[in-house]
Design a protein around this ligand. Structure first.
Ligand code: ZN
Length: 215
């Protein structure tokens, strides 16, 4: 399978390659270099052009998109109801961008469309990096804190815990990200359990694997 990545930084991309490979249990072929956006809403703005480019100019099978949730509404089970769309949820928004972009594309390069695999890190990808190291950091803890009006941590806290500073250099950021995702290299179940925004990405990846094996 040939996979392109759209993420917010080169460090995110490096870590995501490890996590995507871990879920698929074998390394896909990554389209290099990955596509980079400058945070939200730039990711959603770039996504249509990236999807069209991949569809018409490459034989990529899938686009992996991962964004930080920041302070946006967290995607939950009720959002999965058919036809439901939450305008302030980034998962719902990115899925809608994908649907709108791909629905009228003619088949190209022997496939109907490039598949989408979307993950949202709540509240930021550093929370994923801390999974299995800091039990207090989970999507449920974040959501409960928001409901109670007392956030359990901030994004700056999370960066500090991962990098030892909230302004890491890029090489240091990449080193730390790679060190942390090693915990999930052979088994992503903990990460999926603690972070449904990652589990959604894993489910998209596995669905594509099933399709690949059939065709
Ligand atoms: Zn949603």
């Amino acid at each position: 399978m040939k996979v392109a990545l759209l993420s917010e930084s080169p460090a995110d991309e490096t870590a995501l390659r490890v996590l995507v490979t871990a879920v698929l249990r074998q390394p896909p072929q990554f389209v290099a270099p990955g596509f980079r956006a400058r945070g939200w809403p730039n990711v959603a703005q770039l996504m249509p052009a990236v999807l069209r480019h991949l569809h018409f100019n490459t034989d990529a099978d899938a686009l992996v998109v991962v964004v930080d949730a920041d302070d946006s509404v967290v995607h939950t089970e009720p959002h999965e109801a058919p036809g439901y769309f939450h305008p302030h949820c980034r998962m719902c928004q990115l899925r809608a961008v994908y649907r709108q972009t791909t629905k009228r594309l003619p088949p190209a390069h022997g496939r109907e469309r490039v598949l989408r695999m979307i993950g949202v890190a709540v509240p930021a990808i550093e929370a994923w990096y801390l999974c299995g190291r800091d039990d207090q950091v989970t999507e449920a803890a974040w959501t409960a804190g928001r409901e109670q009006g007392a956030l359990p941590y901030t994004r700056a806290n999370l960066k500090h815990r991962v990098y030892g500073t909230d302004r890491p250099s890029l090489p240091h950021e990449i080193d730390c990200a790679l060190r942390e995702v090693q915990r999930h290299r052979r088994d992503t179940r903990r990460l999926e359990h603690d972070f449904p925004g990652f589990a959604a990405l894993a489910a998209d990846l596995r669905a594509s694997g099933a399709r690949q094996n059939v065709t």
